[in-house]
Design a binder for this molecule. Structure first.
Ligand SMILES: Cc1cc2nc3c(=O)[nH]c(=O)nc-3n(C[C@H](O)[C@H](O)[C@H](O)COP(=O)(O)O)c2cc1C
Length: 203
């Protein structure tokens, strides 16, 4: 059973979360995790101005996802940073290229799940996750979030991401905060949870 973890990350926060989601997938016997990035759409000049060049280089070993790979997966976990309370344009462009899958119903009945990051605590994590789910529903996917059995989302003793809609991390205004242990535990839980459900659906 193949679980695709496909993401965009500009500064590495979603990249870190994606690696941990994949570790969670691999905890389920028989589940293979495949990590992919979506293609960049910004020009090198814009990336330079945004201070993203070094971070992009550090992720360059992760292959770029093709639309066919979505169809081949048994479950797909998407990762995107928040952009004005929504998914990033790179991910939107990738999803807008999946119309053939929609026409064929290729993703109908597969598990779909989303994780995210934002600079600020209330900067749109939930709106990003929930609005992403709309696209997955149009594709006929079975939405899986992050249930409260991941009790780390109940914590109030420290600032933390994660909600019933999916794992998340708070990156800080300058991207200075990397995912916390609690947020990574949520990412791992989500990966494992998706793989467990996908396994039941594919049996
Ligand atoms: C164009 C743009 C829009 C953004 N919009 C938001 C936002 O609405 N709320 C927020 O908290 N952070 C916002 N951010 C910050 C990003 O979400 C943050 O840099 C990202 O989550 C870090 O993850 P990454 O390192 O994987 O890219 C925005 C960043 C950019 C470049």
């Amino acid at each position: 059973m193949k679980v695709l973890v496909v993401y965009y990350s500009m500064y590495g926060h979603i990249h870190r979360m994606a690696q941990t989601v994949a570790e969670g997938v691999r905890e389920v016997p028989g589940a293979e995790a495949v990590l992919r990035r979506v293609a960049e759409t910004l020009t090198p000049e814009v990336l330079e101005a945004m201070g993203a060049v070094e971070a992009q280089k550090s992720m360059s070993d992760i292959p770029i996802c093709t639309v066919d790979e979505l169809a081949q997966a048994d479950a797909i976990i998407f990762g995107t940073p928040t952009r004005y309370g929504n998914m990033c344009g790179q991910m939107r462009q990738f999803l807008d290229a999946t119309v053939e899958l929609w026409l064929d119903g290729s993703l109908v009945g597969k598990v779909g799940s989303v994780f995210t990051s934002s600079a600020t605590q209330h900067g749109g994590q939930e709106s990003t996750l929930l609005s992403f789910h709309l696209t997955l529903m149009h594709q006929g996917m079975v939405i899986v979030g992050l249930p409260y059995t991941f009790q780390g989302q109940m914590r109030i003793d420290e600032i933390t991401g994660c909600s019933p809609y999916g794992a998340s991390t708070i990156a800080g205004g300058q991207g200075e905060r990397m995912p916390s242990d609690n947020e990574l535990a949520g990412a791992r839980f989500q990966g494992r949870h998706v793989a467990q459900i996908a396994k039941k659906l594919t049996d």
